[in-house]
Design a protein around this ligand. Structure first.
Ligand code: PMV
Length: 331
């Protein structure tokens, strides 16, 4: 009863920020659109063991008991389906900094869900995996799929229609991504806590939710038409709207540092000089620059020169979950 899986991180261009429910179902208040990356991944191995008292997670060599509730939530759904009660030993490793706003929970919970399902010999559809992964981390529902992905909020109270779907394959428009790393520290306020606080206290939160449908429509159409300008327009606006809602929360949530702003200026300057590139920023100070195919070298050079940038990561678009017990060992 052991299996392993690899899942990639994803970056949202129309963002998920806020929940429709306070409970374990973890239904998002807004739909989102993301790209799955090929260079940033989590490798996760799950072993169910009848002699183990409780589920145990080791992430990058360290025990992470604060994640146990969310881990148990995903595993319980799969255990119930398989009719198995054993606890599981989970060993996971990220090939990029964890918890610093680089979508490690997305790749982590997607890999956990796929590995656990395989270890239990279940054969869920990608949609079913997406629904389970959502309950570990909302953005993980999207990492089940590769390329361009859309997550729907759904309308059913049980969350059975709240899942991600593939929008367009990576090969159809091989955009490139450059991440400017401005800290290696884990963030102070998790996405989960940040979005709950924004929804409860930010006067701009209702406006953020009201913008979601038009932003999804523009994002979806821009992707399907490979309209870079329109995608840049909606992605930057959507990102700043999310951060605007977060900044107006009580107490305020400011995820950026000085280097984040300097990178944002650098991206705008590149665009003024004709480079097709736009920025997006998640719940952390890293800036992600998305550019047209073949443009990432120029973007990497420009961001490397920005004071305060510690490192620069480059990635293309990647596939969805891969399950291959022989190949991926997280040990
Ligand atoms: O999946 P979570 O709970 O880590 O939330 C992700 C939130 C953002 O990264 C800020 C936006 C998104 O859609 O990925």
């Amino acid at each position: 009863m052991k299996a392993a899986a690899r899942a990639r991180a994803n970056i949202a261009l129309v963002k998920y920020w806020g929940k429709a429910d306070d409970g374990p179902l973890n239904i998002p208040a807004v739909g989102s659109i993301s790209i799955t990356l090929d260079a940033l991944w989590s490798d996760t191995e799950v072993q169910f063991d009848e002699f183990l008292a409780t589920d145990e997670l080791t992430l990058n060599g360290q025990r992470r008991p604060e994640q146990h509730d969310r881990v148990r939530r995903c595993l319980d759904l799969l255990r119930a389906r398989a009719g198995v009660e054993h606890a599981a030993r989970i060993t996971s490793r990220n090939n990029f900094p964890t918890g610093a706003g680089l979508a490690s929970s997305a790749s982590g919970y997607a890999a956990l869900t796929a590995a656990a399902a395989a270890a239990l010999n279940l054969k869920p559809t990608a949609r079913e995996l997406s629904i389970v992964a959502r309950q570990g981390s909302g953005s993980a529902a999207r990492s089940v799929f590769g390329g361009f992905v859309e997550m729907r909020t759904g309308t059913r109270p049980d969350g059975s229609d709240s899942y991600a779907e593939a929008l367009m394959p990576a090969e159809a428009w091989p955009l490139e991504l450059v991440v400017a790393l401005t800290t290696r520290d884990e963030k102070q306020v998790s996405s989960r806590a940040g979005m709950t606080r924004s929804a409860a206290t930010s006067p701009y939160f209702p406006a953020w939710v009201a913008r979601n449908q038009p932003d999804l429509k523009q994002g979806r159409e821009a992707i399907l038409n490979r309209d870079f300008e329109s995608l840049a327009d909606v992605a930057e606006r959507n990102c700043l709207c999310m951060h605007g809602a977060a900044m107006a929360a009580r107490p305020p949530l400011l995820y950026w540092n000085g280097a984040t702003i300097a990178c944002l200026e650098a991206v705008r300057e590149l665009r003024r000089t004709g480079v097709p590139v736009f920025f997006t920023i998640d719940a952390g100070p890293q800036l992600k620059a998305v550019c047209a195919p073949g443009e990432s070298e120029a973007v990497r050079e420009a961001l490397t020169d920005v004071p305060g940038v510690l490192d620069v990561l480059q990635s293309g678009l990647g596939p969805g979950i891969e399950t291959d017990p022989g190949r991926w060992s997280a040990q």
